[in-house]
Design a protein around this ligand. Structure first.
Ligand code: SF4
Length: 429
């Protein structure tokens, strides 16, 4: 995140301010990057001269960035004529041996999980936690959090697949079930003393749901670009990441996906009845020239966008599934119009044909805001340390505490905030 992302309300009159500043979080970003094993190119920004689209850093990236592919170099050359300057997005891929992780082998098979563990995934820290004595209870779904009259959390209850119910007690609790299940669990945990659920005296649990709701465009270029060389890293354009325009429309990131498109193209061609040598020829041609561009928009924390436990639908063990209400305001639509202008400009600069444009509110799975952070217990769920205002021994870890979304992926911010929780716990425990 940029320093300005923490002061959205003060600077642009939109959304919320964070109770902490970028400078306070920066050392934790650095620690999170070391833990997750992030590689990146130092000194990049929108003008290529450092300092604007990328935030200030106290230390270099833990690992050097990946080398740009042919496509990245060619796109940079062509789009720079329109004033678009790219950044190779830093990411959790090893570019040298890093702990137990080998360097990335570049075979573009990264999602959902890298088969050789060059790319970070959450299982690595679960293994680490177990090595330090944590016990993982599989097939154990927490369905209730209990608090005493003094506000302290006393226990959690979990259910096994055979529907047996179990209780765990502890001095401290950290809820880390991401932005849909964390609020759902708190809202399910009602009692006489806490009729609105746990940590919910503000009525903000489940509200302010944010994502990076996006749009995309497919184009076909007239020269070979070779998408899919190397890992599925993103080349991103951050020209519209921050500025006075955020009073009127959101910041956004434009990205080109570096994913091998062969499988999708082949299915489409066969679906259209293209076969034999024509099929072979078209697969070769289209795979080398088809590009997918996508935009991730910043969204605002709106109280009406929310997660609640369903009253009518239940999962396999009888627990309510989440119900989600999510709307997109005029602010987002104003950003969409701006990004569509960029799309048209991109196609022109690349001398490419636009095959399709999707403005259908694409889900980016970057869930934020449902247990929002603030100084005022009346309109936020956790304080600046991610401790719930209502319960001194309950912390919430992850991206659900974020009061603003910016337009970049939130995982690193969630990890940095979680390391801050760990520091508080180490002091208190
Ligand atoms: S290209 Fe992707 S799947 Fe292959 S090693 Fe690198 S991160 Fe892993």
């Amino acid at each position: 995140m940029l320093p300005n992302d923490f002061r959205l309300k003060s600077l642009y009159g939109r959304g919320r301010d964070w109770p902490i500043s970028y400078d306070e979080l920066e050392p934790f970003y650095a620690r999170a990057e070391t833990e997750l094993g992030v590689s990146g190119v130092d000194g990049q920004d929108e003008s290529g001269q450092g300092g604007q689209a990328y935030p200030p850093r106290s230390i270099p990236y833990p690992m050097e960035g990946l080398k740009p592919s042919y496509m990245f170099k060619r796109l940079s050359e062509m789009l720079s004529k329109g004033g678009y300057n790219p950044i190779l997005e830093p990411n959790g891929r090893a570019t040298r041996p890093y702990g137990k992780r080998p360097p990335c082998a570049g075979n573009n098979n990264c999602n959902p999980v890298c088969p050789i563990a060059a790319k970070y995934d959450g299982s690595m820290h679960i293994d680490e936690a177990e090595r330090h004595g944590a016990k993982v209870l599989e097939n154990s779904v927490v369905y209730k959090v209990e608090a005493g009259d003094d506000g302290k959390i006393t226990a959690i209850w979990y259910m096994r697949p055979d529907k047996s119910q179990h209780k765990l007690t502890a001095r401290y609790f950290v809820l880390a079930a991401y932005g849909i299940e964390s609020p759902k669990l708190l809202l399910m945990s009602t009692s006489d003393k806490y009729p609105n659920g746990i940590a919910n005296s503000s009525d903000q649990v489940g509200r302010n749901l944010m994502d990076h709701t996006g749009i995309s465009m497919n184009v076909m270029t007239k020269e070979d670009m070779w998408p899919g060389e190397g890992p599925t890293q993103l080349l991103v354009y951050l020209n519209s990441r921050d500025g006075a325009f955020r009073k009127d429309y959101p910041g956004y990131k434009i990205k080109v996906r570096n994913t091998v498109p062969t499988s999708q193209i082949t299915s489409n061609l066969i679906g259209k009845g293209v076969l034999g040598s024509k099929l072979d020829e078209q697969i070769r041609l289209q795979s080398a020239r088809s590009l997918n561009w996508a935009v991730d928009f910043e969204t605002l924390p709106l109280p009406e966008n929310r997660v609640t436990p369903s009253k009518t639908k239940f999962d396999a063990i009888g627990l309510p599934v989440p119900e989600i209400y999510y709307s997109v305001p005029d602010y987002w639509h104003a950003g969409k119009e701006k990004a569509l202008e960029d799309f048209k400009q991109f196609a022109k600069l690349l001398d490419a044909d636009i095959l399709s444009t999707d403005v259908g509110f694409q889900n980016r799975q970057h869930i934020m805001g449902t247990t929002i952070m603030g100084d005022d217990p009346k309109d936020s769920v956790v304080d600046r340390d991610c401790r719930t205002h209502d319960h001194p021994n309950l912390f919430i870890a992850g991206t659900s505490v974020m009061p603003s979304s910016s337009c970049v992926n939130p995982t690193l911010t969630g990890a940095a905030l979680s390391i801050r929780i760990a520091d508080v716990l180490l002091k208190e425990v």
